[in-house]
Design a protein around this ligand. Structure first.
Ligand code: P61
Length: 456
């Protein structure tokens, strides 16, 4: 079996350095045991996020020089529009500074106070913008998604019965749209099948409910359909993505993931009245509709990234690199979310640290311990990220208490993955020495970004 190699060669490098353990113990203390508060220069291998941390290609860097910085009607906007039309298939697009800019616009346009927005598991910024408009997020994902060890091939699927039960309970006129995330970040980067998209479309058509996508990692989703769904093995990912998006009325997009850029996003749609509304709103919050908070050069980079992201060799390598890390941990008997997701390996912190109760923040403690052990930065995706219930003020207690090892695109080699695996295996042997944390500073919203902790 010929070994996998990256389908690219390196043209520029950015030195990284390993620090000492005592240095890292000091650094994590100063960062309040919150990996978000570490300085990048103190991080050896940065697996905090795949958002905006991807390497651009020579063509993308070259495209920056072609950026048209005209305030209105920039050429670069029309190149972005053309790429979205060709690859995603939507008629209209409004650029935004990043994904949550698009979430903000669509929430303001479609959600009225008292509305319900069903979705396949929550995402932090998505739910926050729905709640800011007086909407209530309702989780309609299949039960398997909440079980880290359940090995369902499409754990991101919408549970049609749950969706229809919500419609029966509150009425279709209280549901402006269903938000289908492709893939489902908080479930472990899990995909939705094409068959499920068709079923959701049928329910939406029957009740006149719009079908919206959070298409942030839709190319990874397309790759899983190619691998796992009958009839798609011989189709290029580009074709699978186009079919997936054809079931939707529109999408929000964080270009910082699939589209291989460091900043940027967009709202895309097929209905002209939504385009009109988005153009009215975007000038208030992001900028003219032909730049939406982005420089012309950013739009050029996104357009080029949209063409590169559907290259079959590129996406196959991307998915396999994540799997390469996950499989090493599975071989060592380390509990991770299965099947291995598209953008990250998720450690099951509840199973990793059964001696730490959830309100002592096991995933937060594990992420901090990993950094001290090896300078690898991961992200907490458990009770801290789940925040508090707006009605009761109580912690939300998610079933999934996870540490996300998120692999940026085209940045690290498999040797970096070996270093990460070595460190996680070492921690696994020493897991009984890891202690719980108490939160000593808690911000009111999206607390995980800036909260501070101390060891108990
Ligand atoms: C599926 C989806 C995302 O993954 C996403 C972002 N993701 C990030 C950055 C991040 C966001 C929120 C956090 O709680 C978080 F800790 C990390 C991430 O690392 O995964 C956005 C929003 O896109 P924006 O970041 O371009 O605005 C919308 N939809």
């Amino acid at each position: 079996q010929r070994p996998w190699a990256e389908p690219y060669k390196i043209k520029a490098v950015e030195p990284i350095r390993m620090t000492t353990r005592e240095y890292r113990e000091q650094a994590i203390r100063e960062a309040g045991y919150n990996t978000f508060l570490l300085r990048s220069e103190d991080v050896y291998i940065d697996l905090l996020t795949d958002s905006g941390t991807n390497a651009m290609s020579d063509r993308q860097w070259g495209a920056l020089m072609m950026g048209d910085e005209a305030y209105a009607g920039a050429r670069s906007f029309f190149r972005l529009e053309e790429a979205v039309r060709e690859i995603y298939g939507f008629k209209y697009v409004v650029p935004t500074h990043q994904g949550r800019g698009a979430e903000h616009l669509i929430s303001r346009i479609l959600i009225k106070p008292g509305d319900y927005i069903p979705g396949n598991m929550y995402f932090t910024t998505t739910r926050t913008h729905q709640e800011l408009q007086g909407g209530t997020f309702v989780d309609v994902i299949i039960d398997e998604a909440h079980d880290p060890q359940a090995s369902h091939p499409f754990k991101g699927n919408v549970d049609i019965a749950k969706f229809e039960a919500l419609i029966d309970r509150v009425g279709a006129d209280k549901i402006p749209y269903i938000n289908v995330a492709l893939t489902v970040n908080m479930a472990g980067g899990q995909p939705v099948s094409m068959a499920n998209l068709r079923e959701v479309r049928k329910v939406c058509d029957r009740h006149g409910i719009r079908m919206w996508s959070d298409a942030t990692r839709a190319v990874e989703n397309a790759y899983f359909i190619k691998e796992r769904e009958e009839g798609y093995q011989d189709k290029p990912v580009r074709e699978i993505l186009k079919e997936m998006m054809s079931y939707f009325d529109g999408c929000t997009m964080s270009g910082k993931k699939d589209c291989l850029v460091n900043i940027g996003g967009f709202l895309a749609m097929n209905e002209e009245w939504i385009l009109q509304k988005a153009r009215e709103q975007v000038v208030i919050f992001e900028g003219m509709p032909t730049y939406g908070g982005l420089a012309g050069r950013d739009m050029e980079a996104i357009a080029q990234g949209i063409y590169e992201m559907v290259d079959d060799d590129y996406i196959a390598h991307r998915i396999h690199q994540v799997r390469y890390l996950g499989e090493q941990l599975l071989e060592a008997g380390i509990p991770i979310v299965q099947p291995i997701g598209g953008h990250a390996v998720f450690l099951d912190a509840r199973a990793f640290l059964p001696h730490i109760p959830q309100d002592q923040f096991p995933a937060q403690a594990l992420a901090a311990a990993l950094y001290v052990d090896s300078g690898v930065r991961a992200m907490e995706r458990g009770i801290v990220s789940a925040g508090r219930n707006p009605q009761t003020g109580e912690h939300n207690y998610p079933k999934l208490e996870l540490v996300r090892l998120t692999i940026p695109r085209r940045v690290y080699t498999d040797r970096h993955m070996d270093v990460v695996a070595y460190s996680v295996k070492h921690l696994w042997k020493e897991r009984d020495t890891i202690r719980g944390l108490r939160m000593v500073y808690e911000p009111p919203t999206l607390r995980f970004f800036t909260a501070r902790f101390e060891p108990i």
